[in-house]
Design a binder for this molecule. Structure first.
Ligand code: NAD
Length: 472
Protein backbone atom coordinates (compact mmCIF):
# COMPACT_ATOMS: atom_id res chain seq x y z
CA UNK A 1 0.00 0.00 0.00
CA UNK A 2 1.26 3.45 -0.87
CA UNK A 3 0.73 6.13 1.74
CA UNK A 4 -0.49 9.59 0.81
CA UNK A 5 2.00 12.37 1.44
CA UNK A 6 0.43 15.40 3.15
CA UNK A 7 -0.71 17.98 0.58
CA UNK A 8 -1.72 21.00 2.65
CA UNK A 9 -3.12 24.12 1.00
CA UNK A 10 -1.37 27.19 2.35
CA UNK A 11 -3.33 28.99 4.99
CA UNK A 12 -1.34 32.16 4.36
CA UNK A 13 -3.19 32.86 1.07
CA UNK A 14 -5.95 34.53 3.08
CA UNK A 15 -5.62 37.27 5.65
CA UNK A 16 -7.95 37.07 8.62
CA UNK A 17 -8.32 40.24 10.67
CA UNK A 18 -8.34 39.88 14.48
CA UNK A 19 -11.80 41.47 14.57
CA UNK A 20 -14.68 42.37 12.25
CA UNK A 21 -17.51 44.88 12.49
CA UNK A 22 -20.97 44.84 10.93
CA UNK A 23 -21.16 45.82 7.25
CA UNK A 24 -23.77 48.57 7.10
CA UNK A 25 -24.16 51.21 4.39
CA UNK A 26 -20.84 50.27 2.80
CA UNK A 27 -18.84 50.60 6.05
CA UNK A 28 -17.70 48.28 8.80
CA UNK A 29 -19.12 49.50 12.12
CA UNK A 30 -19.10 48.11 15.68
CA UNK A 31 -22.08 46.19 17.07
CA UNK A 32 -23.53 45.99 20.56
CA UNK A 33 -21.24 43.13 21.55
CA UNK A 34 -18.72 40.66 20.13
CA UNK A 35 -18.39 36.88 19.78
CA UNK A 36 -15.64 34.55 18.61
CA UNK A 37 -15.56 32.27 15.62
CA UNK A 38 -13.35 29.17 15.81
CA UNK A 39 -11.72 26.74 13.43
CA UNK A 40 -13.65 23.51 14.14
CA UNK A 41 -10.67 21.39 13.07
CA UNK A 42 -8.42 22.85 15.78
CA UNK A 43 -10.69 24.88 18.11
CA UNK A 44 -8.36 27.83 17.50
CA UNK A 45 -10.08 31.23 17.62
CA UNK A 46 -9.99 32.73 14.12
CA UNK A 47 -11.46 36.17 14.80
CA UNK A 48 -13.75 38.24 16.97
CA UNK A 49 -16.94 39.29 15.24
CA UNK A 50 -19.47 41.99 16.10
CA UNK A 51 -22.88 40.94 17.35
CA UNK A 52 -25.75 43.03 16.01
CA UNK A 53 -28.44 44.15 18.46
CA UNK A 54 -31.87 45.53 17.53
CA UNK A 55 -30.50 49.06 16.92
CA UNK A 56 -27.81 47.70 14.60
CA UNK A 57 -30.37 45.67 12.65
CA UNK A 58 -32.48 48.82 12.45
CA UNK A 59 -29.53 50.79 11.02
CA UNK A 60 -28.89 48.05 8.44
CA UNK A 61 -32.54 47.92 7.34
CA UNK A 62 -32.63 51.73 7.11
CA UNK A 63 -29.49 51.69 4.91
CA UNK A 64 -31.06 49.03 2.67
CA UNK A 65 -34.26 51.09 2.46
CA UNK A 66 -32.35 54.23 1.43
CA UNK A 67 -30.41 52.29 -1.22
CA UNK A 68 -33.55 50.63 -2.58
CA UNK A 69 -34.80 53.74 -4.40
CA UNK A 70 -31.76 54.14 -6.65
CA UNK A 71 -30.90 50.44 -6.94
CA UNK A 72 -34.39 49.41 -8.06
CA UNK A 73 -34.50 52.30 -10.53
CA UNK A 74 -31.25 51.28 -12.24
CA UNK A 75 -31.80 49.82 -15.70
CA UNK A 76 -31.41 46.01 -15.72
CA UNK A 77 -28.17 46.06 -17.77
CA UNK A 78 -26.60 48.34 -15.12
CA UNK A 79 -27.51 45.99 -12.27
CA UNK A 80 -26.20 43.11 -14.38
CA UNK A 81 -22.82 44.83 -14.65
CA UNK A 82 -22.44 44.89 -10.86
CA UNK A 83 -23.40 41.23 -10.61
CA UNK A 84 -20.97 40.24 -13.37
CA UNK A 85 -18.28 42.21 -11.58
CA UNK A 86 -18.99 40.45 -8.28
CA UNK A 87 -18.91 37.06 -10.05
CA UNK A 88 -15.54 37.80 -11.62
CA UNK A 89 -14.02 39.07 -8.35
CA UNK A 90 -15.19 35.88 -6.64
CA UNK A 91 -13.47 33.84 -9.34
CA UNK A 92 -10.30 35.89 -8.98
CA UNK A 93 -10.29 35.57 -5.20
CA UNK A 94 -11.63 32.02 -5.05
CA UNK A 95 -8.47 30.55 -3.59
CA UNK A 96 -8.60 32.97 -0.65
CA UNK A 97 -12.30 32.33 -0.20
CA UNK A 98 -11.95 28.54 -0.38
CA UNK A 99 -9.27 28.53 2.32
CA UNK A 100 -11.30 30.90 4.49
CA UNK A 101 -14.43 28.75 4.10
CA UNK A 102 -12.54 25.57 5.03
CA UNK A 103 -10.97 27.26 8.06
CA UNK A 104 -14.23 28.65 9.43
CA UNK A 105 -16.51 25.74 8.49
CA UNK A 106 -14.27 22.64 8.66
CA UNK A 107 -15.14 21.40 5.16
CA UNK A 108 -12.39 19.82 3.03
CA UNK A 109 -10.56 22.25 0.74
CA UNK A 110 -11.25 19.87 -2.15
CA UNK A 111 -14.96 20.63 -1.73
CA UNK A 112 -14.75 24.35 -0.98
CA UNK A 113 -12.36 24.80 -3.92
CA UNK A 114 -14.09 22.51 -6.45
CA UNK A 115 -17.77 22.70 -5.45
CA UNK A 116 -18.68 25.69 -3.26
CA UNK A 117 -16.65 28.42 -4.95
CA UNK A 118 -17.40 27.51 -8.60
CA UNK A 119 -21.11 27.33 -7.71
CA UNK A 120 -20.99 30.68 -5.90
CA UNK A 121 -19.53 32.37 -8.99
CA UNK A 122 -22.00 30.50 -11.22
CA UNK A 123 -24.94 31.84 -9.19
CA UNK A 124 -23.82 35.44 -9.66
CA UNK A 125 -23.13 34.92 -13.38
CA UNK A 126 -26.49 33.23 -13.88
CA UNK A 127 -28.46 35.96 -12.12
CA UNK A 128 -26.47 38.70 -13.83
CA UNK A 129 -27.92 37.21 -17.00
CA UNK A 130 -31.48 37.59 -15.72
CA UNK A 131 -31.16 41.21 -14.50
CA UNK A 132 -31.98 42.71 -17.93
CA UNK A 133 -34.49 40.04 -19.00
CA UNK A 134 -36.97 40.02 -16.12
CA UNK A 135 -39.90 41.03 -18.34
CA UNK A 136 -39.38 37.75 -20.23
CA UNK A 137 -39.23 35.58 -17.10
CA UNK A 138 -42.95 34.80 -17.20
CA UNK A 139 -44.05 36.99 -14.29
CA UNK A 140 -45.84 39.64 -16.33
CA UNK A 141 -44.54 42.46 -18.53
CA UNK A 142 -43.32 44.66 -15.68
CA UNK A 143 -42.24 42.60 -12.67
CA UNK A 144 -41.35 44.82 -9.67
CA UNK A 145 -38.90 44.20 -6.82
CA UNK A 146 -40.33 43.81 -3.31
CA UNK A 147 -38.05 46.19 -1.40
CA UNK A 148 -35.75 45.21 1.46
CA UNK A 149 -34.98 41.50 1.80
CA UNK A 150 -34.05 40.13 5.26
CA UNK A 151 -32.09 36.92 4.71
CA UNK A 152 -30.90 34.39 7.29
CA UNK A 153 -28.62 31.50 6.36
CA UNK A 154 -27.08 28.40 8.02
CA UNK A 155 -23.48 27.28 8.48
CA UNK A 156 -23.21 24.28 6.19
CA UNK A 157 -22.54 26.15 2.92
CA UNK A 158 -21.92 29.68 4.23
CA UNK A 159 -20.88 31.42 1.02
CA UNK A 160 -23.01 29.31 -1.30
CA UNK A 161 -26.15 30.01 0.74
CA UNK A 162 -25.22 33.70 0.65
CA UNK A 163 -25.00 33.51 -3.15
CA UNK A 164 -28.35 31.69 -3.39
CA UNK A 165 -29.91 34.54 -1.40
CA UNK A 166 -28.10 37.68 -2.56
CA UNK A 167 -27.74 37.03 -6.31
CA UNK A 168 -31.47 36.72 -7.13
CA UNK A 169 -32.38 39.54 -4.73
CA UNK A 170 -30.01 42.00 -6.39
CA UNK A 171 -30.78 40.86 -9.94
CA UNK A 172 -34.46 41.62 -9.36
CA UNK A 173 -33.75 45.08 -7.89
CA UNK A 174 -34.13 44.40 -4.16
CA UNK A 175 -31.66 45.44 -1.47
CA UNK A 176 -30.47 43.08 1.22
CA UNK A 177 -29.70 42.67 4.91
CA UNK A 178 -28.15 39.24 5.38
CA UNK A 179 -27.31 37.41 8.59
CA UNK A 180 -24.81 34.57 8.29
CA UNK A 181 -24.73 31.75 10.87
CA UNK A 182 -22.90 32.51 14.11
CA UNK A 183 -20.34 29.71 13.63
CA UNK A 184 -19.40 30.71 10.06
CA UNK A 185 -19.50 34.48 9.60
CA UNK A 186 -16.12 35.03 7.92
CA UNK A 187 -16.84 34.38 4.24
CA UNK A 188 -19.87 36.70 4.38
CA UNK A 189 -17.64 39.44 5.83
CA UNK A 190 -15.11 38.76 3.07
CA UNK A 191 -18.00 39.09 0.60
CA UNK A 192 -18.71 42.54 2.06
CA UNK A 193 -15.23 43.48 0.91
CA UNK A 194 -15.97 42.01 -2.54
CA UNK A 195 -19.01 44.31 -2.74
CA UNK A 196 -16.79 47.31 -2.00
CA UNK A 197 -14.26 46.15 -4.58
CA UNK A 198 -17.10 45.90 -7.12
CA UNK A 199 -18.14 49.50 -6.24
CA UNK A 200 -21.61 48.29 -5.32
CA UNK A 201 -23.53 51.35 -4.07
CA UNK A 202 -23.53 51.54 -0.22
CA UNK A 203 -26.56 49.98 1.44
CA UNK A 204 -27.45 47.58 -1.39
CA UNK A 205 -25.87 44.71 0.59
CA UNK A 206 -25.60 44.84 4.39
CA UNK A 207 -24.20 42.02 6.53
CA UNK A 208 -25.20 41.76 10.19
CA UNK A 209 -23.51 39.06 12.25
CA UNK A 210 -24.87 37.47 15.40
CA UNK A 211 -26.85 34.47 16.60
CA UNK A 212 -30.55 33.58 16.64
CA UNK A 213 -31.64 36.82 18.34
CA UNK A 214 -30.05 38.91 15.59
CA UNK A 215 -31.88 36.76 13.03
CA UNK A 216 -35.15 37.24 14.91
CA UNK A 217 -34.74 41.03 15.01
CA UNK A 218 -34.13 40.98 11.27
CA UNK A 219 -37.09 38.83 10.22
CA UNK A 220 -39.42 40.68 12.62
CA UNK A 221 -38.29 44.14 11.49
CA UNK A 222 -41.38 46.05 10.29
CA UNK A 223 -39.57 47.64 7.33
CA UNK A 224 -38.47 44.33 5.79
CA UNK A 225 -40.61 43.32 2.78
CA UNK A 226 -39.27 39.87 2.08
CA UNK A 227 -37.91 37.19 4.40
CA UNK A 228 -35.76 34.37 3.03
CA UNK A 229 -34.61 31.73 5.48
CA UNK A 230 -32.52 28.58 5.17
CA UNK A 231 -32.06 26.53 8.31
CA UNK A 232 -33.83 24.11 10.58
CA UNK A 233 -37.52 23.26 10.36
CA UNK A 234 -37.96 24.30 13.99
CA UNK A 235 -36.69 27.85 13.42
CA UNK A 236 -38.54 27.94 10.09
CA UNK A 237 -41.79 27.36 11.99
CA UNK A 238 -41.03 30.20 14.41
CA UNK A 239 -40.32 32.53 11.49
CA UNK A 240 -43.51 31.50 9.67
CA UNK A 241 -45.45 32.38 12.83
CA UNK A 242 -43.63 35.71 13.25
CA UNK A 243 -44.22 36.73 9.64
CA UNK A 244 -47.86 35.54 9.39
CA UNK A 245 -50.25 38.41 8.74
CA UNK A 246 -47.53 41.02 8.19
CA UNK A 247 -47.73 41.01 4.39
CA UNK A 248 -44.04 40.05 4.10
CA UNK A 249 -43.27 37.56 1.37
CA UNK A 250 -41.61 34.45 2.83
CA UNK A 251 -39.52 31.58 1.48
CA UNK A 252 -38.29 28.75 3.68
CA UNK A 253 -35.63 26.18 2.81
CA UNK A 254 -35.57 23.75 5.73
CA UNK A 255 -34.39 20.28 6.68
CA UNK A 256 -34.58 16.94 4.92
CA UNK A 257 -34.31 13.17 5.28
CA UNK A 258 -33.80 12.10 1.70
CA UNK A 259 -34.27 8.56 0.44
CA UNK A 260 -31.59 7.25 -1.91
CA UNK A 261 -33.22 4.24 -3.60
CA UNK A 262 -31.09 1.51 -5.18
CA UNK A 263 -32.90 -1.00 -7.42
CA UNK A 264 -31.50 -4.43 -8.22
CA UNK A 265 -30.58 -3.47 -11.80
CA UNK A 266 -28.49 -0.45 -10.71
CA UNK A 267 -24.81 -0.30 -11.62
CA UNK A 268 -23.51 -1.14 -8.16
CA UNK A 269 -20.11 0.60 -8.28
CA UNK A 270 -21.66 3.79 -9.60
CA UNK A 271 -24.40 3.59 -6.96
CA UNK A 272 -21.82 3.18 -4.20
CA UNK A 273 -20.05 6.35 -5.34
CA UNK A 274 -23.41 8.13 -5.32
CA UNK A 275 -24.27 6.83 -1.85
CA UNK A 276 -20.90 7.98 -0.49
CA UNK A 277 -21.27 11.38 -2.13
CA UNK A 278 -24.89 11.55 -0.98
CA UNK A 279 -24.15 11.18 2.74
CA UNK A 280 -20.46 11.93 3.33
CA UNK A 281 -20.12 15.05 1.14
CA UNK A 282 -19.62 18.03 3.46
CA UNK A 283 -19.61 15.66 6.50
CA UNK A 284 -23.29 15.02 5.82
CA UNK A 285 -24.07 18.64 6.76
CA UNK A 286 -26.33 18.84 3.73
CA UNK A 287 -30.06 19.49 3.90
CA UNK A 288 -30.63 17.28 0.84
CA UNK A 289 -28.18 14.54 1.98
CA UNK A 290 -29.15 10.99 1.00
CA UNK A 291 -29.36 9.99 4.65
CA UNK A 292 -31.81 7.09 4.18
CA UNK A 293 -30.49 4.40 1.89
CA UNK A 294 -33.24 2.11 0.55
CA UNK A 295 -31.76 -1.00 -1.04
CA UNK A 296 -33.67 -3.69 -2.94
CA UNK A 297 -33.25 -6.89 -0.93
CA UNK A 298 -31.74 -8.97 -3.75
CA UNK A 299 -28.68 -6.69 -4.04
CA UNK A 300 -28.34 -5.85 -0.37
CA UNK A 301 -25.36 -8.13 0.38
CA UNK A 302 -23.09 -7.17 -2.57
CA UNK A 303 -23.99 -3.50 -2.22
CA UNK A 304 -23.17 -3.37 1.49
CA UNK A 305 -19.91 -5.16 0.88
CA UNK A 306 -18.85 -2.64 -1.78
CA UNK A 307 -20.04 0.28 0.32
CA UNK A 308 -18.00 -0.80 3.35
CA UNK A 309 -14.95 -1.38 1.18
CA UNK A 310 -15.31 2.10 -0.31
CA UNK A 311 -15.88 3.71 3.09
CA UNK A 312 -12.64 2.21 4.35
CA UNK A 313 -10.78 4.35 1.78
CA UNK A 314 -12.27 7.67 2.94
CA UNK A 315 -9.65 9.94 4.42
CA UNK A 316 -10.72 11.98 7.45
CA UNK A 317 -8.56 14.80 8.79
CA UNK A 318 -7.11 18.26 8.17
CA UNK A 319 -9.64 20.13 6.00
CA UNK A 320 -6.81 22.05 4.33
CA UNK A 321 -5.14 18.84 3.12
CA UNK A 322 -6.05 18.37 -0.55
CA UNK A 323 -6.38 14.59 -0.01
CA UNK A 324 -8.99 14.91 2.73
CA UNK A 325 -12.47 13.53 2.01
CA UNK A 326 -14.09 14.17 5.38
CA UNK A 327 -13.34 17.28 7.39
CA UNK A 328 -14.41 18.51 10.81
CA UNK A 329 -17.93 18.73 12.23
CA UNK A 330 -18.82 22.40 12.29
CA UNK A 331 -19.34 22.90 16.02
CA UNK A 332 -19.31 21.18 19.40
CA UNK A 333 -23.10 21.55 19.53
CA UNK A 334 -23.58 19.80 16.17
CA UNK A 335 -21.16 17.04 17.20
CA UNK A 336 -23.16 16.48 20.38
CA UNK A 337 -26.37 16.17 18.35
CA UNK A 338 -24.83 13.64 15.94
CA UNK A 339 -23.48 11.60 18.86
CA UNK A 340 -26.80 11.68 20.66
CA UNK A 341 -28.86 10.49 17.69
CA UNK A 342 -26.29 7.82 16.80
CA UNK A 343 -26.41 6.51 20.36
CA UNK A 344 -30.20 6.40 20.12
CA UNK A 345 -29.85 4.39 16.87
CA UNK A 346 -27.69 1.80 18.63
CA UNK A 347 -29.93 1.75 21.71
CA UNK A 348 -33.01 1.18 19.53
CA UNK A 349 -31.38 -1.93 18.07
CA UNK A 350 -29.83 -0.87 14.75
CA UNK A 351 -26.38 -2.21 13.99
CA UNK A 352 -23.64 0.41 13.85
CA UNK A 353 -20.51 0.20 11.68
CA UNK A 354 -17.62 2.56 10.92
CA UNK A 355 -14.36 1.82 9.12
CA UNK A 356 -11.14 1.94 11.13
CA UNK A 357 -10.58 5.66 11.40
CA UNK A 358 -8.31 7.67 13.65
CA UNK A 359 -9.87 10.90 14.88
CA UNK A 360 -7.61 13.91 15.57
CA UNK A 361 -7.35 14.86 19.23
CA UNK A 362 -8.18 18.55 18.81
CA UNK A 363 -11.33 19.75 17.13
CA UNK A 364 -14.76 18.24 16.41
CA UNK A 365 -14.77 14.94 14.51
CA UNK A 366 -17.10 12.07 13.75
CA UNK A 367 -16.19 8.91 11.82
CA UNK A 368 -18.30 8.00 8.77
CA UNK A 369 -20.96 5.66 10.12
CA UNK A 370 -23.67 3.37 8.79
CA UNK A 371 -26.57 1.79 10.58
CA UNK A 372 -28.08 -1.40 9.19
CA UNK A 373 -31.21 -3.21 10.32
CA UNK A 374 -32.99 0.14 10.52
CA UNK A 375 -36.79 0.24 10.40
CA UNK A 376 -39.18 3.12 9.85
CA UNK A 377 -39.84 3.20 13.58
CA UNK A 378 -36.25 4.10 14.46
CA UNK A 379 -35.54 7.74 15.22
CA UNK A 380 -32.48 7.61 12.94
CA UNK A 381 -34.83 6.77 10.06
CA UNK A 382 -37.09 9.73 10.77
CA UNK A 383 -35.01 12.56 12.22
CA UNK A 384 -32.41 14.61 10.42
CA UNK A 385 -28.96 13.83 11.87
CA UNK A 386 -27.09 16.37 9.73
CA UNK A 387 -23.83 14.45 10.00
CA UNK A 388 -21.90 11.60 8.31
CA UNK A 389 -24.39 8.94 9.38
CA UNK A 390 -26.33 6.73 6.98
CA UNK A 391 -29.41 4.67 7.88
CA UNK A 392 -29.89 1.61 5.67
CA UNK A 393 -33.33 0.08 5.04
CA UNK A 394 -34.42 -2.54 2.51
CA UNK A 395 -37.42 -3.04 0.22
CA UNK A 396 -38.76 -5.72 -2.14
CA UNK A 397 -40.96 -3.94 -4.70
CA UNK A 398 -41.03 -0.47 -6.29
CA UNK A 399 -44.30 0.24 -4.47
CA UNK A 400 -42.69 -0.51 -1.14
CA UNK A 401 -39.72 1.71 -2.04
CA UNK A 402 -42.00 4.64 -2.88
CA UNK A 403 -44.06 4.14 0.25
CA UNK A 404 -41.00 4.08 2.49
CA UNK A 405 -39.33 7.00 0.68
CA UNK A 406 -42.44 9.16 1.16
CA UNK A 407 -42.95 8.11 4.76
CA UNK A 408 -41.30 11.20 6.22
CA UNK A 409 -42.45 14.65 7.26
CA UNK A 410 -39.75 16.07 4.96
CA UNK A 411 -39.60 16.23 1.16
CA UNK A 412 -36.52 18.00 -0.09
CA UNK A 413 -34.71 15.52 -2.32
CA UNK A 414 -34.41 11.87 -3.35
CA UNK A 415 -32.22 9.64 -5.50
CA UNK A 416 -33.02 6.69 -7.77
CA UNK A 417 -30.48 4.18 -9.05
CA UNK A 418 -31.65 1.92 -11.87
CA UNK A 419 -30.67 0.96 -15.37
CA UNK A 420 -34.26 1.36 -16.59
CA UNK A 421 -35.28 4.83 -17.72
CA UNK A 422 -38.98 3.96 -17.57
CA UNK A 423 -38.67 2.83 -13.95
CA UNK A 424 -36.78 5.99 -13.01
CA UNK A 425 -39.49 8.20 -14.51
CA UNK A 426 -42.33 6.20 -12.97
CA UNK A 427 -40.79 6.25 -9.49
CA UNK A 428 -39.63 9.89 -9.67
CA UNK A 429 -43.18 10.89 -10.50
CA UNK A 430 -44.45 9.37 -7.26
CA UNK A 431 -41.78 10.74 -4.92
CA UNK A 432 -42.88 13.71 -2.85
CA UNK A 433 -39.55 15.55 -3.02
CA UNK A 434 -38.51 18.85 -4.57
CA UNK A 435 -35.45 17.43 -6.35
CA UNK A 436 -35.09 13.86 -7.60
CA UNK A 437 -31.70 12.76 -8.89
CA UNK A 438 -31.39 9.75 -11.17
CA UNK A 439 -28.13 7.76 -11.18
CA UNK A 440 -26.37 10.67 -9.52
CA UNK A 441 -26.72 12.63 -6.29
CA UNK A 442 -26.03 16.10 -4.86
CA UNK A 443 -25.74 17.77 -8.25
CA UNK A 444 -26.44 21.50 -8.15
CA UNK A 445 -26.86 24.07 -10.86
CA UNK A 446 -28.03 27.69 -10.63
CA UNK A 447 -30.43 27.15 -13.54
CA UNK A 448 -32.32 24.44 -11.66
CA UNK A 449 -34.90 25.32 -8.99
CA UNK A 450 -34.29 23.83 -5.54
CA UNK A 451 -36.75 23.58 -2.66
CA UNK A 452 -38.98 21.33 -0.62
CA UNK A 453 -42.36 19.78 0.03
CA UNK A 454 -44.03 19.49 3.43
CA UNK A 455 -41.73 20.30 6.40
CA UNK A 456 -38.80 20.94 4.07
CA UNK A 457 -40.23 24.38 3.41
CA UNK A 458 -41.78 26.36 0.58
CA UNK A 459 -40.59 28.49 -2.30
CA UNK A 460 -37.84 27.65 -4.76
CA UNK A 461 -34.31 28.99 -5.13
CA UNK A 462 -32.45 29.02 -8.42
CA UNK A 463 -33.69 28.90 -11.98
CA UNK A 464 -36.54 31.02 -13.31
CA UNK A 465 -38.73 29.82 -10.43
CA UNK A 466 -36.33 31.32 -7.88
CA UNK A 467 -36.82 34.84 -9.26
CA UNK A 468 -40.48 34.77 -8.30
CA UNK A 469 -39.59 34.86 -4.60
CA UNK A 470 -38.17 38.39 -5.11
CA UNK A 471 -40.77 39.87 -7.47
CA UNK A 472 -44.19 41.38 -6.91
P1 NAD B 1 -30.78 26.91 12.56
O1 NAD B 1 -32.19 26.97 12.10
O2 NAD B 1 -30.52 26.70 13.98
O3 NAD B 1 -30.03 28.25 12.15
C1 NAD B 1 -30.08 28.78 10.85
C2 NAD B 1 -29.90 30.26 10.93
O4 NAD B 1 -31.02 30.84 11.59
C3 NAD B 1 -28.68 30.74 11.70
O5 NAD B 1 -28.14 31.86 11.04
C4 NAD B 1 -29.26 31.12 13.06
O6 NAD B 1 -28.50 32.09 13.73
C5 NAD B 1 -30.60 31.69 12.65
N1 NAD B 1 -31.64 31.66 13.67
C6 NAD B 1 -31.74 30.85 14.77
N2 NAD B 1 -32.88 31.14 15.45
C7 NAD B 1 -33.51 32.12 14.77
C8 NAD B 1 -34.74 32.82 14.95
N3 NAD B 1 -35.56 32.57 15.97
N4 NAD B 1 -35.09 33.77 14.05
C9 NAD B 1 -34.29 34.03 12.99
N5 NAD B 1 -33.11 33.42 12.78
C10 NAD B 1 -32.73 32.46 13.64
O7 NAD B 1 -30.14 25.80 11.66
P2 NAD B 1 -28.61 25.39 11.55
O8 NAD B 1 -28.32 24.45 12.64
O9 NAD B 1 -27.76 26.58 11.41
O10 NAD B 1 -28.62 24.66 10.12
C11 NAD B 1 -28.96 23.34 9.98
C12 NAD B 1 -30.35 23.20 9.39
O11 NAD B 1 -30.49 23.92 8.18
C13 NAD B 1 -30.64 21.78 9.04
O12 NAD B 1 -31.91 21.42 9.51
C14 NAD B 1 -30.62 21.76 7.51
O13 NAD B 1 -31.36 20.77 6.91
C15 NAD B 1 -31.08 23.12 7.18
N6 NAD B 1 -30.62 23.52 5.86
C16 NAD B 1 -31.52 23.58 4.84
C17 NAD B 1 -31.14 23.93 3.55
C18 NAD B 1 -32.12 24.00 2.42
O14 NAD B 1 -31.82 24.58 1.39
N7 NAD B 1 -33.30 23.45 2.56
C19 NAD B 1 -29.81 24.25 3.31
C20 NAD B 1 -28.90 24.20 4.36
C21 NAD B 1 -29.34 23.85 5.64
Amino acid sequence: MFEYAPAPESRSVVEIAPSYGLFIDGEFTPGKDVFKTVNPASEEVLAEVAEAGPEDVDRAVAAARRAFGTWSALPGPERARYLFRIARIIQERSRELAVLESLDNGKPIRESRDVDLPLVAAHFFYHAGWADKLEYAGFGPDPRPLGVAGQVIPWNFPLLMLAWKIAPALATGNTVVLKPAETTPLSALFFADVCRQADLPPGVVNIVTGAGDTGRHLVEHPDVNKVAFTGSTEVGRQIARAVAGTGKKLSLELGGKAANIVFDDAPIDQAVEGIVNGIFFNQGHVCCAGSRLLVQESVYEPLMESLKRRMATLRLGDPLDKNTDIGAINSAAQLARIRELSDVGAAEGAERWSPACELPEQGFWFAPTIFTGVTQAHRIAREEIFGPVLSVLTFRTPDEAVEKANNTPYGLSAGIWSDKGSRILAVADRLRAGVVWANTFNKFDPTSPFGGYKESGYGREGGRHGLEAYLA
